[in-house]
Design a protein around this ligand. Structure first.
Ligand SMILES: [Zn+2]
Length: 110
């Protein structure tokens, strides 16, 4: 997955974090909260992608969000069959998307 995005990940750590899912550094080191392992695959994927993209884009700019969404659609577990008709994806996350979790990935911002 990291190759697709074009980032080079040097280290991945799993540890207990107090108030966020994950963090990253521009040197390519990613850290994920242990509790993320208990989350649904979709949440894990989003957190991982979020951090991968941060290695390239250290902010939440328009480009960052566009890419995150694009990769999530690509990697996500069958979005087409989820009953939304396939043409439009679920809209819940748009706009305030990063604030929807208590430990929202937005808190990850470096
Ligand atoms: Zn972030």
């Amino acid at each position: 997955m990291a190759d697709e995005i074009g980032v080079h990940i040097t280290e991945i750590h799993i540890r207990n974090m107090k108030n966020k899912w994950a963090s990253c550094s521009t040197t390519g080191r990613l850290t994920f909260d242990r509790s993320l392992l208990d989350q649904p695959r979709e949440t894990q994927l989003e957190a991982i992608l979020h951090e991968l993209l941060h290695v390239r884009y250290p902010n939440h700019g328009r480009m960052f969000k566009r890419l995150l969404r694009a990769y999530l659609q690509q990697e996500g577990p069958d979005r087409q069959g989820s009953g939304s008709g396939g043409k439009s994806k679920p809209r819940e996350g748009v706009g305030s998307g990063e604030d929807r979790n208590r430990k929202g990935v937005a808190a990850v911002a470096t």
